[in-house]
Design a protein around this ligand. Structure first.
Ligand code: G3H
Ligand code: 13P
Ligand code: ZN
Ligand code: NA
Length: 306
């Protein structure tokens, strides 16, 4: 059933795992994720970005997810990813989302607090969960060259949570969005994560930009005509370690894109006569399912955690 994230995060916090938050844009992605969750008996967060709403249309996305919910007993959260302002959060809350992210990380600290506070007041009135973000996602290279840290400041995080009342907080500790996360060593600031976890006990933290960019997909895409040369993500053991701290939600989009695209490229090269979309979307959906199942079981640790 459709649910908020409270119970799944409480358990993830206690037991040291994380719940996967997967970006959804079409039917095949939703089906692949749902099949993986069903086989692993895992809680799921399906998240919808502004781009997804624009691509599929909010009604289509919601109805596809409602269709998925007819076939499952798994707890599923419907979450707005990177809500830019109050209005988009309000629209999703009114439309039946059980969780929204207000992303004020690009604003000044005080402006971020103000908009987050406003969303929290509206959302909590309707029983909807609010994720906020403090700090800016950037790779380690950006961090060392930045004059002032763009990583989340632990003292500020505590004050931000107190002043806004947000339910979970996305933090910056070295992850970044997309397929090109690290140029040097892949590393996360675990000392910072440990400090934030200690200063915000029992409080769920969120990692964005947490795709691991499996090299099997990079190689497959490149072998079949793609050009995703130096793509690199967050190593799986670092994600697993992060999940043992306060991190309860791990966001994955890029890995879904890579799994689908590498599989479709391979299919087209091996079957140049195919032109039925079902012929290539079926293996693409299967690739999403297998990738998500691997994450749930071996990286997030949330199999059988419903
Ligand atoms: O964090 C961004 C997500 O990967 C969503 O990407 O805005 O292209 O849908 P998108
Ligand atoms: P990736 O680009 O690493 O998959 O991150 C996705 C994300 O953070 C969505 O909000
Ligand atoms: Zn994100
Ligand atoms: Na955790």
């Amino acid at each position: 059933p459709l649910t908020g994230p409270r119970e799944m995060f409480a358990r993830a916090y206690r037991e040291g795992h994380a719940v996967g938050a997967f970006n959804v844009n079409n039917m095949e992605i939703i089906q692949g994720i749902m099949q993986a969750g069903a086989e692993e008996r895992a809680p799921l967060i399906l998240q919808v970005s502004a781009g997804a709403r624009k691509y599929a249309g909010q009604n289509y996305i919601i109805k596809l997810i409602e269709a998925a919910l007819l076939d499952t007993d798994l707890p599923v959260v419907l979450h707005l990813d990177h809500g830019q302002d109050f209005d988009i959060c309000k629209s999703c809350i009114d439309g039946g989302f059980t969780s929204v992210m207000i992303d004020g990380s690009h604003l000044s600290y005080e402006e971020n607090i103000a908009v987050t506070r406003r969303v929290v007041e509206y959302a909590h009135d309707k029983g909807v969960w609010v994720e906020a973000e403090l700090g800016q996602l950037a790779g380690v290279e950006d961090e060392v060259s930045a004059e002032h840290s763009v990583y989340t400041d632990p003292d500020q995080a505590v004050e931000f949570v107190q002043r806004t009342g947000c339910d979970s907080l996305a933090i910056a500790i070295g992850t970044s969005h997309g397929a090109y996360k690290f140029t040097g060593d892949a590393k996360l600031d675990f000392a910072r994560l440990e400090t934030i976890t200690k200063m915000l006990p029992d409080y769920p933290l969120v990692l964005h930009g947490a795709s691991s960019v499996p090299q099997e997909f990079v190689e497959m895409a490149n072998a079949y005509g793609g050009k995703v040369g130096g793509a690199r993500g967050v190593p799986e053991d670092l994600l697993r370690k992060a999940a043992t701290f306060g991190v309860c939600k791990i966001n994955i989009d890029t890995d879904i894109r890579l799994a689908m695209t590498a599989t479709i490229r391979k299919h087209f090269i091996e079957n140049p006569g195919d032109f039925d979309p079902r012929a290539y979307l079926k293996p693409a959906r299967e690739a999403v399912k297998n990738m998500v199942q691997h994450k749930i079981r071996n990286v997030l640790g949330c199999s059988n955690k419903i």
